[in-house]
Each structure stands twice: as C-alpha cells, then as structure tokens.
Design a protein around this ligand. Structure first.
Ligand SMILES: Cc1ncc(COP(=O)(O)O)c(C=O)c1O
Length: 379
C-alpha cells in the first residue's frame, strides 16, 4: 500500500533555513559542540584527544549501542529499573517509531493511535494494511486522553497502542494517574504501548515515563532531537523489557540500521550522562517563551489555545476563512513566517506554533509582532 506523504517533514525541512520567523521547528535551539561541553561541564580537549585515536570501525562489540551510551539512556529512567540490555540505539525518533511499528504489527492485528500525533504512528501501519483505529484528543478536554474512549477502541486483536507524551502538536501531557490508567487498559487486552517520549523533560519536577508502571509491554522511544537540542546527531533509542519485542526490533534494525554512528553515540552519551543540565538549559529557553506565546494568543481576537503545553509546541485554532495549508504557504511567501499547518495533523483550522527555537526574547517578540501583522491581513 502507498505510504502517505509525510506532511510535517515535507513542509518544514525545505523551509527551515528560509524562514525569518521560525515557529515551525519543534526542536529546542540546537547546541553547538562548544556549548555542549560548557553546559555539561565536561572536558572538550579530553574528548577530542580520545576521538583522534579512535577506530572508525562499525560498532565496537555491541551493535545495539555502545555500553556507555546504553547505560546513559538507562539513566534517563530512574524509576523504571532499566538495564542497558533493555536499550537499543537507533537512527532518531523516526527510526525508533518505524522499527517498533514495523517490528511488531502483523496481519490480523489492529493498532489504536491517540491523535493528533506524529504521522508515523498512523500512516506507517495504514501502509502495511493494518487496521488503524483512532482515539481523538479533543480541545474541550484540554487534549487529554479520554480513557473511556480508549477502552472502547481496544479489543483482543489490539497489538499496539501508540501515542506521543508529551503530545505533538498540543503539548498535552499524561502524568502518573493517566499513564497508570493507560497501562491498565493495555494490560486488559495484552497490548504493547508505544509511547513516544521525545518531548519529556520540560517540567522542573520528575516527569514519568511509560516504563515506570511495571508493565513489560511498555515501550519508550525517544531521541536527542528535542529536549537535548542535538537533532543532527540522529541518535534515538527504544527501551523495552519485553524480550520478544526486543528481538523483533533487533532483527528489523539489522535490515535498516546495523548500528548508529559511533561518534554520535559518544556525543550523545556526554549529553545524557548530564541530562539534568541539558534539560535545564532547554527549560530556561522553553518556559519564558511559552509564557510569551500564551500571553500573545490572549491579545489575538481570532485565535484560541487550549491545554497546557509541556513540550515545545502548542496547537492554535483560528477563525479566519483560509485553510491551514494556504495560511502556512501565504505566511511564508508574504512574511517569511514559518508555521506548521494543522493539516499535517488532520487538525483544521489550526496551526502548530513551536516556541523552542528562540534563545533571544526580543527576537521572539519581533516574530510574534510579525505574526500579528500577518494575521491582520487575513481579517
Ligand atoms: C513525536 C515525535 N517523534 C519523533 C520525531 C522525530 O524525531 P527525530 O529527529 O529524532 O527523528 C518527532 C519530530 O518532530 C516527533 O515530534
């Protein structure tokens, strides 16, 4: 079956470098190498010295990831008793989602997808001919998962429940109670859970993972792209305690990855070993920016914003007479403002606004002013 166009990636990737006002990105402003060493307080010279004598052979023993990087990933789940053997390094969050979905689903299964979400979660299974059931997050419920609807959607053939938590695009987040309930629903039909936790880490206090609830069929995927601000490393991972799933993922990964970049794994390990410092930097960018965006929306008579975003983006609805796709193209053409149209998430009329790309508050204000001016042209 044909794989649908991956709308968000096809729109944003070519536009990213052309935008003057970039609300498209869902990443936190990327670190430079130099900044990584400053933020983590590690010795850059020692790292460079080690690199210069390093063999550039594939992997150095364990193709699923170096012992160092797998241990660093395990450290991101302090309440889940994760062992490095449960960790598999892959090519980004995209690689992780792809491997989990392709590695688990087979004819006769269904997948239940919590939507809106990253398009991989529903269009890869659809392309495989898998029955894909949707549970829709609703504005009037602050985009929080309706457990009754989820219970109704699953049955004995549900192999996988997929979600992003914190959610992309709305930022809505399930905490302990919600995740526990989700686990119980999955357990009732013996389903796996694919929880894409790539935006986890924005709170000052601990943010739970799907792995924290003692359910072996829980699968956490994530990467260095968002809260770690290192998307160019293309380092992602899958964590599960389920041996059957792990074996399937390992096999699929042999077909499309073999192993991750060995230099990227070292850089990633440095960031993850010091994740509290790296996440604190991300938070120092995200928290004030989010506040500015929420305040700005209140000044806009044609916009509305629901839910409390705990990621890097929020979903903004509007009442102008224009489709979200036309609006995104027009805003880029007329004012070099990059928005991500709601159509990328089947959300209409709406756009996703990313606020992680601005380290300078004045620049964010200028960009919001430019967006206000652009929106006036739609009245
Ligand atoms: C929920 C989610 N998962 C995965 C990805 C892909 O991330 P990566 O750059 O790690 O492949 C994204 C990117 O926007 C995302 O929003």
């Amino acid at each position: 079956m044909i794989l649908a166009d991956f709308l968000v990636e096809q729109w944003l990737n070519p536009m990213d470098s052309k935008a003057e006002h970039n609300f498209g990105t869902s990443c936190v402003k990327a670190l430079t190498m130099d900044e990584l060493f400053r933020v983590t307080e590690q010795d850059e010279n020692a790292f460079l010295k080690d690199l210069s004598t390093m063999s550039l052979h594939y992997h150095h023993g364990d193709s699923t990831g170096s012992p160092r990087v797998k241990k660093a990933v395990a450290g991101l789940y302090p309440k889940a008793d994760v062992d490095p053997k449960h960790v598999m390094m892959v090519h980004g969050g995209t690689g992780a989602n792809d491997i989990v979905i392709m590695g688990l689903l087979e004819k006769g299964d269904n997948i239940v997808v919590i939507k809106p979400t990253y398009q991989q979660h529903y269009d890869i299974p659809k392309s495989m001919g898998i029955e894909t059931r949707i549970v829709q997050l609703k504005e009037e419920e602050e985009y929080l998962l309706n457990m009754k609807e989820l219970s109704k959607a699953v049955d004995g053939n549900t192999k996988l429940i997929a979600l992003s938590n914190p959610n992309n695009p709305t930022g809505a987040t399930l905490y302990e109670d919600g995740l526990q309930e989700l686990v119980e629903i999955a357990r009732s039909v013996d389903a796996y859970i694919l929880c894409d936790e790539i935006y986890r880490g924005m709170d000052e206090t601990y943010m739970p993972s799907i792995l924290d609830f003692g359910y072996d069929k829980a699968i956490s995927v994530s990467s260095l792209s968002k809260m770690f601000s290192m998307a160019g490393t293309r380092i992602g991972w899958i964590v599960t305690k389920d041996e059957y799933a792990y074996k399937n993922f390992e096999n699929r990964r042999s077909y499309n990855t073999i192993c991750c970049g060995i230099i990227d794994e070292i850089v990633g390990a440095i960031a993850m070993e010091n994740y509290k410092k790296v996440w604190a930097r991300a938070r120092s960018i995200l928290a004030p920016n989010k506040q500015m965006v929420y305040d700005w929306v209140k000044t806009q008579p044609h916009l509305s914003l629901h839910g409390d975003a705990k990621g890097t983006t929020c979903l903004i609805r509007y009442d102008y007479d224009i489709t979200s796709t036309d609006m995104a193209v027009d805003a880029m053409e007329k004012a070099r403002i990059l928005l991500c149209h709601g159509a990328c998430f089947d959300e209409e009329p709406a756009f996703r606004l990313g606020y992680g790309g601005f380290t300078d508050r004045n620049q964010l204000q200028e960009s919001l002013d430019a967006l206000s001016d652009y929106l006036k042209t739609l009245e």
